[in-house]
Ligand binder design. Structure first.
Ligand code: ATP
Ligand code: MG
Ligand code: MG
Length: 364
């Protein structure tokens, strides 16, 4: 989707991705087929480009750092990526910069986990610090007799324990910063997760004005301290008392920002390009309420698939379908999404639900 926006403005795009014929390769000018960690391939890419950016946290921050040292422009800064790549490092950084986060601590041993559970109370969230996404690195410890299982679940991986936040809402904000220091944020989005994976995004978030302003301020402050250049997704919890805590940061376009394609005066993808190219950022305006619903791989899926129900789906006013073109479906894998706009959130919700219900991915 970044490549789509780039091509609209005649910018040339080269993608590096391990899968030959990856979704972006159909849009980009060229693909380098290589692992995200492949230093030679990253170097080859750098030599062909004026600006390097990434849209996955698994990018090789050490290799990107070396490129930066050789004066290749890498945005967002590899140091920002390094901080974000490790959840403990990320939370410590935020805490050190006085940004409110849930209580957390690094787990040093199984005994230490017991002590921390005692301190934080149950339930508590055990998180693998690295290579975790879509909730796959999370283990909710509901009681004392689950501690052993939880500790073994991430055997050998660095983990942190986090106090469980009984949030009333999960929200996120897309914020962009360009190297000149201009910061612009998008409206607050409300997120509903199912099985720890984003299911639905609703914009504007159904929160009161005070919480909205607080969240916006926190998101912009986070961007300031991170010195990021690019678009970032800031995920937050809202508590019953109206407190806002940062859960985590994604240094890239974010699933909860897909709605911007249809509902905002600038998309998160165009804003990202403006930011990494050090162009003026657009002040995002919400043009209409919107609801995004993800399309995930079915429980027993494992192979190619086709889209069924297109005729019915396309009859829903204000609804738009995205199928990313990933070759294989896998359980809970993000394969596409639907965004519906409407005059009200209620209308957008109804349209998105109707369109989502019409679409089915069937194995072929
Ligand atoms: P993503 O796919 O967003 O990168 P992730 O795997 O990195 O997700 P988190 O965002 O930390 O993991 O957690 C996934 C979800 O688990 C959150 O959106 C939230 O619903 C729940 N969660 C995480 N931490 C806590 C917490 N401390 N208290 C309550 N719920 C939590
Ligand atoms: Mg994450
Ligand atoms: Mg998350």
């Amino acid at each position: 989707m970044i490549a789509h926006e780039a091509r609209r403005m005649s910018l040339k795009v080269i993608v590096l991705d391990p899968t030959e014929g990856c979704p972006a390769s159909g849009v980009a000018d060229e693909q380098i087929v290589a692992d995200f960690k492949d230093e030679n391939a990253i170097m080859k890419l750098a030599e062909k480009c004026d600006i390097l950016t990434y849209e996955i946290e698994l990018a090789n921050s050490a290799a990107l750092k070396e490129l930066e040292a050789k004066s290749y422009p890498v945005r967002p800064a590899p140091e920002t990526l390094r901080i974000i790549q490790n959840k403990y490092r990320q939370k410590s950084f935020l805490k050190d910069h006085k940004i409110a986060v849930p209580d957390f601590a690094l787990v040093r041993s199984e005994e230490h986990l017991h002590e921390l559970c005692e301190q934080f109370g149950f339930p508590a969230m055990l998180k693998a610090c690295e290579d975790s996404y879509d909730g796959r690195g999370n283990f909710l410890i509901t009681s004392k007799n689950k501690m052993h299982e939880a500790f073994n679940y991430f055997a050998g991986r660095e983990c942190m324990l986090e106090k469980f936040v009984p949030f009333t809402k999960e929200i996120s904000i897309m914020v962009a910063r360009n190297p000149s220091g201009q910061i612009e944020s998008f409206p607050v989005a409300e997120n509903i997760h199912k099985n720890s994976i984003l299911d639905t995004t609703i914009v504007p978030a159904r929160i009161d004005r005070k919480v909205e302003l607080k969240a916006k301020k926190m998101a912009e402050r986070t961007m300031q301290v991170l010195h990021g250049a690019g678009i970032f997704g800031i995920e937050m919890f809202v508590t019953k008392k109206g407190d806002v805590l940062v859960n985590e940061i994604a240094p890239r376009p974010h699933n909860s920002g897909h709605y911007t394609n249809e509902a905002c005066s600038v998309s998160q993808f165009e804003q990202h390009l403006r930011a990494v190219l050090d162009l003026p950022l657009s002040k995002p305006e919400l043009l209409s309420p919107a609801v995004m619903i993800n399309i995930l791989g079915a429980e027993n899926s494992n192979g190619p698939y086709a889209v069924k129900g297109l005729t019915k789906m396309l009859r829903v006013p204000g609804a738009k379908l995205y199928i990313y073109g990933k070759k294989t479906a896998k359980p809970q894998r993000k394969l596409g999404h639907i965004t519906a706009t409407g005059r009200t959130v209620k209308e957008a919700l109804a349209r998105a639900a109707k369109a989502r219900k019409a679409v089915e991915l069937i194995p072929t």
